[in-house]
Design a protein around this ligand. Structure first.
Ligand SMILES: Cc1cc2nc3c(=O)[nH]c(=O)nc-3n(C[C@H](O)[C@H](O)[C@H](O)COP(=O)(O)OP(=O)(O)OC[C@H]3O[C@@H](n4cnc5c(N)ncnc54)[C@H](O)[C@@H]3O)c2cc1C
Length: 538
C-alpha cells in the first residue's frame, strides 16, 4: 500500500494500516511526503505569535510511523494504468518509481495565487510551517526597518499589515499577528503602538460567516474590531505590488506585508491524474474508493470529495481527514479480504476559532455555542489534547506556561542565503525606484511599460519609455551607486529582478554580459549628459 501525503489524512491512514498489520492483516505500507514531519496546522498561528516554539507544532513521521517505509521526496506523477508513482530526484539525479497494489491519495490542496496580479510575487501564504516562520521573520524585519525610518509615509506603510481572507485561517493569523506586533512594539524605542495598523480584508459581511452560526460570526467580527484590527468587509483583494494591496473598489492599502489565505487550489499531482474531480477534489464513494478505480485507488482529506450520509461533501478539516483515514484503512484490508467495506459517517465534533487576546469562539454539537475566555480555554485544551504524542504535548504545555511568565520577544531566525532572481508586479502609476535611491537590483521587463524621468535643470522631464525585453537599473550597479533617474509603471508591469550581488557575480565571470550592460549604461549616460548640457543657461 502506498500513501501519498503526510498530512492528517495520509499519516492517520498509514497509522490505521500499521495497526491492522499488528492484528494480523497482510499489509506493507510506504508513505511519500515532501517533509519528514506532520504539521499540526491548527496551531500555526501560535508560531507566528511566538506563543509556541517553531518545532512544537510538528511531529516526526519516523517516530509516528515505525512500521511504514518513508520516502521524503517530491511526488511528480501517478500512472494509474501501470500502478506506479513517480518520485522526483532527491540528492541523486535519478527519479524513482514506486509500485503499488493500493494507492491512498492524501495530498491536500495547495496555495495558488495565480490569477490575482502581484499575489504570487508579493503575498505570503499561510498553510505550511515554513509559511508561519516566514511571516514571523518578515514581520520582525519590517519592525526593525521601520524603527529607523524617518519618512512618515514609508514608516506608515511598513507598520501596516494586511491579511486577506476572513475564514478560520485568515481570522486566526490576523488575530495572532495583531497580538504579536502590539506586544513586540514595546521592544522598539522609536515605535508607538498607535502607529500600527492590522487590516483584515474579507469578501463577506462578517468574518467566519460561512463557518459559524450568525451569532458567533457577529461576536468574532466585533471582538477583532475591539482589538484594533481594521476590518474591510465586503471587499476583495484584486492586485498586489511590493508597496501595497489593491481592493476591488480601487482603494489601495500601502503596506509591505500582505498575507493571503485565499485562494487554495487542487494539488497539481491530483489534477494530472486525469480522474473524475469536482472542484479539483477526487470524486469518491462513501467508502473512499475513487470513482472508476474501485479496489485500487482511494482518497482522503482535503483532496477528496467524500459524500456524507446526507449526500453533502465531507468538509476539508483535520477532524474529518483523521476519521476518514481510520475507516479507509479498514476498508482497504476489507477489500483485500473480500469483506464488506464501511461507509464514512461522521458528523463533526464542532468548530473552534481563536480570536487573539485570549478570546475564541466554539460551536459544539447540539447547537451549543461558547465565546470569549471560556471558548479560548476550550480551544487550548482541545487542541492540546489532539496534539500527536506525549513529547509534543509536553513541549507545547511548557511553551504556554513559560509564555505566561516570560513573554517571547521579536527575535528573527536568520537562515542567511541570497534571494536569487525574483519577479515583481507593479500596478499602473506605482514607482519602481526614485532618482537618488540606492541601486541594489537590475530589472528586466517581462510585460508592460516603464516610464523613465529625470530632474533636469530643476524640472522633472520624461526621458523615455521602456517595454518588454528591455533592462533598466544597470547604471547604479555599474558604478554610480545611486539611481540617476526615476522609473514608474506606465501600465501593469511585470519585472524580473536580479539582486545587485548576483549581477556583480555574473558581470565578474562573464565579460560579454558585463560588456553588454556597460554599452547600454554608456549610451544612457551620454544621453543624460546631453540633456543636462541642453538645459544649462549658456
Ligand atoms: C492554518 C490552518 C489552520 C487550520 N486549522 C484547523 C482546525 O483548527 N481544525 C481543523 O479541523 N482543521 C483545520 N485546518 C484544516 C486542516 O489542517 C486540513 O483539513 C487538513 O490538514 C487536511 O489534511 P490532508 O492530509 O488532506 O492534507 P494536508 O494536511 O495538506 O497534507 C498534504 C501533505 O501532502 C504533501 N504533499 C503535497 N503535494 C506533494 C508532492 N507533490 N510531493 C510530496 N508531498 C506532497 C504536503 O507536503 C502535505 O504534507 C487548518 C488548516 C490551515 C492551513
Amino acid at each position: 500500500m502506498v500513501v501519498l501525503g503526510g498530512g492528517f489524512g495520509g499519516v492517520y491512514a498509514a497509522l490505521g494500516l500499521e495497526r491492522l498489520a499488528a492484528q494480523g492483516a497482510r499489509v506493507e505500507v510506504s508513505l511519500v511526503n515532501r517533509e519528514n514531519y506532520l504539521v499540526f496546522q491548527p496551531m500555526l498561528a501560535e508560531v507566528v505569535a511566538g506563543d509556541v516554539g517553531i518545532l512544537d507544532t510538528v511531529s516526526p513521521l519516523r517516530q509516528m510511523l515505525p512500521g511504514t517505509e518513508l520516502y521524503v521526496r517530491e511526488i511528480e506523477a501517478v500512472d494509474v494504468d501501470r500502478k506506479v508513482v513517480r518520485l522526483g530526484a532527491g540528492l541523486t539525479p535519478q527519479t524513482y518509481e514506486l509500485a503499488y497494489d493500493h494507492l491512498v491519495v492524501a495530498l491536500g490542496n495547495v496555495t495558488d495565487f495565480r490569477g490575482i496580479p502581484g499575489l504570487p510575487e508579493h503575498a505570503l501564504g499561510f498553510k505550511a510551517l515554513a509559511d508561519a516562520v516566514r511571516i514571523r521573520n518578515h514581520v520582525i524585519n519590517v519592525l526593525e526597518q521601520a524603527s529607523v525610518v524617518r519618512d512618515a509615509e514609508v514608516r506608515r506603510s511598513m507598520l501596516t499589515f494586511v491579511v486577506a481572507g476572513g475564514g478560520f485561517s485568515g481570522t486566526e493569523v490576523a488575530a495572532a499577528l495583531n497580538d504579536f506586533v502590539r506586544r513586540a512594539v514595546g521592544d522598539y524605542r522609536s515605535l508607538r503602538r498607535e502607529e500600527l495598523r492590522v487590516v483584515l480584508v474579507h469578501s463577506g459581511k462578517q468574518v467566519l460567516e460561512r463557518e459559524l452560526t450568525p451569532g458567533l460570526a457577529r461576536y468574532a467580527t466585533k471582538t477583532l474590531g475591539e482589538q484594533g484590527i481594521e476590518l474591510m468587509l465586503g471587499e476583495r483583494l484584486v492586485a498586489a505590488s511590493p508597496h501595497g494591496a489593491v481592493l476591488g473598489d480601487g482603494r489601495r492599502i500601502s503596506t509591505r506585508t500582505l498575507i493571503s489565505t485565499v485562494p487554495s487550489s487542487p494539488n497539481p499531482v491530483v489534477e494530472r491524474m486525469g480522474l473524475p474531480t469536482v472542484r479539483g477534489r477526487l470524486e469518491c464513494d462513501g467508502t473512499m474508493a475513487v470513482k472508476g478505480c474501485e479496489g485500487a485507488l482511494w482518497a482522503v482529506g482535503d483532496c477528496a470529495l467524500i459524500p456524507m450520509r446526507d449526500g453533502s461533501p465531507s468538509p476539508p478539516t483535520a477532524q474529518h481527514a483523521i476519521r476518514q483515514a481510520k475507516v479507509l484503512a479498514a476498508n482497504i484490508v476489507a477489500s483485500e479480504e473480500g469483506a464488506r467495506r464501511k461507509v464514512f459517517a461522521f458528523k463533526g465534533l464542532g468548530k473552534l476559532g481563536a480570536l487573539g487576546h485570549r478570546r475564541a469562539v466554539a460551536e459544539l454539537p447540539g447547537g451549543v455555542t461558547v465565546e470569549g475566555r471560556l471558548a479560548w480555554l476550550m480551544w487550548r485544551c482541545i487542541y492540546w489534547a489532539k496534539l500527536p504524542g506525549a513529547s509534543r504535548k509536553t513541549k507545547v504545555a511548557l511553551s504556554w506556561l513559560s509564555d505566561l511568565a516570560l513573554p517571547s520577544h521579536p527575535v528573527q531566525l536568520n537562515l542567511g542565503g541570497g534571494r536569487g532572481a525574483t519577479q515583481a508586479h507593479y500596478e499602473p502609476g506605482e514607482v519602481v525606484f526614485e532618482e537618488g535611491d540606492t541601486g541594489d537590483s537590475l530589472f528586466m521587463i517581462l510585460s508592460g511599460e516603464v516610464e523613465v524621468s529625470q530632474r533636469v535643470g530643476g524640472e522633472t522631464r520624461h526621458i523615455g519609455t521602456l517595454g518588454p525585453g528591455e533592462y533598466f537599473g544597470e547604471m547604479a550597479l555599474l558604478g554610480a551607486g545611486a539611481r540617476s533617474a526615476s522609473t514608474r509603471a506606465a501600465t501593469a508591469l511585470d519585472l524580473l529582478v536580479l539582486p545587485g550581488s548576483d549581477f556583480a557575480a555574473l558581470a565578474e565571470s562573464m565579460s560579454e554580459f558585463r560588456g553588454q550592460f556597460e554599452r547600454i549604461a554608456r549610451a544612457r549616460a551620454e544621453a543624460d549628459a546631453a540633456r543636462a548640457a541642453s538645459s544649462s543657461p549658456d
